[in-house]
Design a protein around this ligand. Structure first.
Ligand code: PLP
Length: 385
C-alpha cells in the first residue's frame, strides 16, 4: 500500500508503510537488520545512519500519511528529532522564538547548547499571538510551539501562529507528541514541521525510545542533510517495533482520550482535588480553541490535590496506577513534575511555568475508568489527614 489518500485512519495505521514479504508472503513486515548493502541501483547507498534501510524507508510512509505530509524521518529518540530539526534550520546569527511552556528536555537543549552555536533565542511570556509577535526579530528564522503542552495542557493557537510566521517568512515547528496525529494534524492549520517523541503515544507500550519528524519533501531533505552527520538514527529492530505499535495508534489514543475526559470530569468535582488541567473541560481557559484544533483532547491531564494531602504519599498508595517518568503507555501512570520531568528547572523557572510542588501529571491508559477511580479513591482515603 503506497497511496493513503481516501483511506480511513485505521487502514492507514494498519497497512501503509509496510515492507512486503515477497519471499515468504508473511503477514507482517520482515526485519532487515543489515548495516551493509550492495551499492548498485540506489542513489544514496543504503546504511542505517542514512535513514534509508528497507524498514526505515517503509515506516516513514506511515508517519507521513498520519501527519498528512509529503515525507517524514524517524530518529533514535524524541530529542534526536528535536535537536536535529532545530539545528537544520538555525545557523550562527539566527534567532528562534519558542513558547514558554516547553518540554523540559527541549528547554535544556536550547539554553545549554545554543550559545555554543551562536544561535539566539527568546521565550514568549504567554501564549497569545501578541506574545509571539513581541519576540520576533529581523533575524528570527523559526517559531516553535508545543500544544497541548507538558504538564499543564495549555493550548497554543496553531492557525494564528502559522499566519504570523508566514507573513514574515518564518518556519513553524510543533512538538505534536501529546496530541498525536490522531487528535491533531497541525498541517491543516498551516504549521510546517511536526516533531514527535515516538517514545510516547506512537510507541504506546512504554518499551520503545524513538523520535519522528514529518514535513514537506523540501524540509525533510534539509533535515536529512544534517541528520546523517549527527547520527541519531533508529535501529531497525526498534523501527519494526514502532511499525507494530502504530497499527493500534488510533484505537489506543481514542480510548485513552475518552478515558481521560471521564477521569477529568470525575476529578474536577472531587472534594479533595483543588484544580484539574484538561483542555476537554468546559472550564479550561482554552476549551473553545482546543475544540477547534483537536478531535478528542488527548490522554494527558494534570491536577492539584488540596492542601493536607501530600502528592508523593498519595502516589505511594496507588495500587493500579503506576509511578512513571514517562507517559502515554496503555497503562495509567502518574508523576510529580516538580520532582521528576521538570526537576532540572530552577524553582523560579518552574514557578514561571505555573508548576506547583503538589501538581500531579496523569497519563490515562486504556483500563476501565471505574477501576482507576476506585484506585484513586482508596489512595486519597489512606492519606487524608
Ligand atoms: C518525551 C518527550 C520529548 C523527548 O522525547 P524522548 O523520546 O524522551 O527523547 C519531547 N517532547 C515531548 C512533549 C515529550 O513528552
Amino acid at each position: 500500500m503506497e497511496n493513503s489518500k481516501n483511506l480511513g485512519i485505521n487502514t492507514i495505521c494498519t497497512h501503509i508503510g509496510e515492507v512486503k514479504d515477497e519471499q515468504f508472503k508473511g503477514a507482517v513486515s520482515p526485519i532487515y537488520m543489515a548495516t551493509s548493502y550492495a551499492f548498485d541501483g540506489v542513489d544514496v547507498k543504503r546504511y542505517p545512519r542514512y535513514l534509508n534501510t528497507p524498514n526505515q524507508e517503509a515506516l516513514v510512509k506511515k508517519i507521513a500519511a498520519l501527519e498528512k505530509t509529503e515525507n517524514a524521518l524517524i530518529f533514535g529518540s524524541g530529542m534526536a528529532a528535536v535537536s536535529t530539526t532545530l539545528l537544520a534550520f538555525l545557523h550562527k546569527g539566527d534567532h528562534i522564538v519558542l513558547q514558554q511552556t516547553l518540554y523540559g528536555g527541549t528547554y535544556n537543549f536550547v539554553v545549554e547548547e545554543f550559545d555554543k552555536f551562536g544561535i539566539e533565542y527568546s521565550f514568549t511570556e504567554g501564549l497569545s499571538i501578541k506574545d509571539f509577535e513581541k519576540q520576533i526579530q529581523d533575524n528570527t528564522k523559526v517559531l516553535y510551539i508545543e500544544t497541548p503542552s507538558n504538564p499543564l495542557l495549555t493550548i497554543t493557537d496553531m492557525k494564528a501562529v502559522s499566519k504570523l510566521a508566514k507573513s514574515k517568512g518564518i518556519v513553524t515547528m510543533i512538538d505534536n507528541t501529546f496530541a498525536s496525529p490522531i487528535n491533531q494534524t497541525p498541517i491543516d492549520f498551516g504549521i510546517d514541521i511536526m516533531i514527535h517523541s515516538a517514545t510516547k503515544y506512537m510507541g504506546g507500550h512504554s518499551d520503545i525510545l524513538a523520535g519522528a519528524v514529518a514535513a514537506s519533501n523540501e524540509h525533510i531533505d534539509k533535515i536529512w542533510n544534517i541528520a546523517k552527520n549527527l547520527g541519531g538514527s533508529l535501529s531497525d529492530f526498534t523501527v519494526w517495533m514502532l511499525e507494530r505499535s502504530l497499527k493500534t495508534l488510533n484505537l489506543r489514543v481514542k480510548r485513552q482520550s475518552k478515558n481521560a475526559l471521564k477521569m477529568a470530569k470525575y476529578l474536577a468535582i472531587h472534594p479533595e482535588i483543588y484544580h484539574v488541567y484538561y483542555p476537554g473541560l468546559k472550564g479550561h481557559p482554552n476549551y473553545k480553541l482546543a475544540k477547534k484544533q483537536m478531535k478528542l483532547f488527548g490522554g494527558m491531564l494534570s491536577f492539584e490535590l488540596k492542601e493536607g494531602i501530600d502528592a508523593m504519599e498519595f502516589q505511594n498508595q496507588l495500587q493500579l496506577i503506576k509511578p512513571s517518568m514517562s507517559l502515554a503507555g496503555v497503562e495509567s501512570t502518574m508523576l510529580s513534575p516538580a520532582q521528576t520531568s521538570h526537576a532540572l528547572l530552577s524553582p523560579e523557572e518552574r514557578a514561571k511555568q505555573g508548576i506547583k510542588d503538589g501538581l500531579i501529571r496523569f497519563s490515562v491508559g486504556i483500563e476501565e475508568t471505574k477501576d482507576l477511580i476506585a484506585d484513586i479513591e482508596q489512595a486519597i482515603q489512606k492519606v487524608k489527614k
